[in-house]
Design a protein around this ligand. Structure first.
Ligand SMILES: Cc1cc2nc3c(=O)[nH]c(=O)nc-3n(C[C@H](O)[C@H](O)[C@H](O)COP(=O)(O)O)c2cc1C
Length: 467
């Protein structure tokens, strides 16, 4: 298991999957631009040792390809789903340890985030630097249970942050703190081992500590240390931890920020003051390329698995589910046995918050191949029968097509005070009609020939999956 970000980077280097860009580059757009274009090619993680104006190196696109999540789990890429599910069954409570590398340097007064941490400015119209890979941790003011998630965080000045807290558990914790007119203590953690990072955004039931999921995936307890100034515990092996408090009832303009959905958003959002900073003596800053494949690894893999198991209990003919666009597009592959199955699956998935479009295809469609998906859409959909349109459904706050129905008393949209992003959802049944299967027979190569040439394909085109 990789205990820290740097252990994992050593492994990526050994595997030839860590690109080193030695040229001096600026945190203002330049590093993010390289991350963006690197993501369009074979997609290595990228390390920048020379960052203009900083002594701290930057790394990005850590989980930009699923093969790297597979390495973190120690399995083949095709085994991720089963292995994730198997390990998740045995959660492990984190272990509190007395000390850890993240406490090598502790700055308590005169904290200046901008001086120490090379926070990136990402897209052209972003208001300024943002933490895009930071995991924010807080405790439920009622129960004391710790929760976490990745939230975009604007660096407003040396020690002030703007936080987009739209999803639980953190949005719920802040609401509870505000009802008591209390600040919410937070720890913002940057630079984590890959499995803790991945676990931070997995869906978990209220009251469940996601470090237990991280422990399950790592197959050993995650070691945590106590923060210096707040009553929170953070991974001992992290690179940076900012400690602060979200001010109750305060909202301020946060954004524009180019989001994971590919569009800019500005909201009136909570504000936090940072009072302490802990870091390793030679820290590495972990960045995330916004609107990239890394977000898909983080959001879409776990969601697919967590949705697949319960859905399969009801619809045993489902073979696979894939999500794209941070959950907005769901693709389901089924071995259809009755005409009503696709529509029932669509209804079920569209009732979850994030799925906005669901496409159902047959097992003879390779869902990893975009061409075959378009082929199924183009040839198997009968517009008059196969579309389901569901208006007025709850959608995502970062979907530009959503209509924001409720706003704050202040008359401006706030991610935490606004809950009704309404969208029209669509389901598409692109499966073959059961009574006309002959008409829809997919052209194919004789199966005995496939078997015979399989070793040749393996030799000459090892990247190809034979379907
Ligand atoms: C890259 C990335 C960025 C995210 N940014 C935000 C954000 O700015 N605000 C937010 O509320 N949720 C954001 N999320 C989603 C939450 O982190 C995630 O929904 C939450 O942790 C899920 O936890 P829960 O389902 O247990 O509530 C982001 C997720 C990822 C992967």
């Amino acid at each position: 298991m990789f205990k820290s970000l740097r252990d994992f980077l050593d492994h990526l280097e050994e595997q030839g999957d860590l690109l080193k860009v030695n040229e001096e580059l600026s945190t203002k757009h330049e590093i993010h631009a390289v991350l963006k274009y690197a993501d369009k090619g074979r997609g290595p993680a990228v390390f920048f040792p020379n960052v203009k104006g900083y002594r701290v190196p930057v790394v990005g696109n850590l989980l930009g390809r699923r093969r790297r999540l597979a390495w973190a789990l120690g399995v083949e890429e095709r085994q991720i789903v089963d292995e994730y599910y198997r390990r998740r069954q045995q959660t492990r409570k984190p272990r509190i340890v007395a000390d850890g590398p993240v406490k090598e340097v502790i700055i308590r007064d005169k904290v200046d985030i901008t001086e120490v941490i090379p926070v990136l400015t990402h897209h052209a119209k972003d208001i300024g630097p943002y933490f895009s890979s930071a995991v924010t941790i807080a405790k439920d003011p009622e129960t004391g249970v710790q929760g976490m998630g990745i939230h975009r965080i604007q660096v407003k000045d040396q020690h002030t942050l703007g936080l987009f807290l739209a999803t639980p558990p953190l949005s719920a914790y802040l609401k509870k703190a505000e009802e008591r007119n209390q600040p919410l203590d937070i720890a913002v953690v940057i630079g984590l081992d890959p499995l803790t990072f991945f676990s931070s955004v997995i869906w978990a039931p209220p009251g469940f500590d996601k470090f237990e999921i991280a422990g399950a995936l790592a197959q050993q307890p995650i070691e945590l240390v106590r923060c210096a100034t707040v009553d929170l515990e953070v991974p001992a092996q992290a690179e940076f931890v900012l400690e602060g408090r979200v001010l109750p009832g305060v909202r301020d303009t946060e954004g524009p920020f180019g989001e994971s959905s590919g569009y800019y958003f500005t909201y009136q959002n909570p504000v936090a003051e940072v009072q302490a900073l802990m870091h390793r003596k030679d820290p590495i800053y972990q960045a995330l390329c916004v609107w990239s494949q890394e977000e898909s690894t983080l959001m879409d893999v776990g969601w697919a698995v967590d949705n697949l198991r319960p859905l399969r209990a009801e619809f045993p003919n489902i073979k696979r589910i894939e999500f794209r666009e941070i959950g907005a597009l769901g693709i389901v592959q089924i071995d259809k046995k009755s005409e009503s199955e696709p529509q029932r699956i669509i209804e079920h998935l569209l009732s979850t918050v994030f799925a906005k479009m669901v496409l159902v295809v047959d097992t003879d469609v390779d869902i990893d191949d975009e061409r075959e998906l378009s082929w199924a859409l183009a040839t198997r959909v009968r517009g008059q029968k196969d579309l389901i349109i569901k208006p007025e459904m709850m959608g995502s706050m970062i979907d530009p097509s959503a209509v924001m129905e409720a706003s704050t008393a202040r008359g401006k949209l706030s991610a935490i005070d606004t809950h009704v992003a309404k969208v029209t959802k669509i389901g598409v049944d692109a499966t073959k009609p059961l009574h006309e299967l002959e008409k829809y027979e997919k052209i194919d190569i004789p199966s005995e020939i496939k078997d015979r040439i399989a070793p040749l394909i393996q030799k000459y085109c090892p990247e190809v999956k034979m379907f």
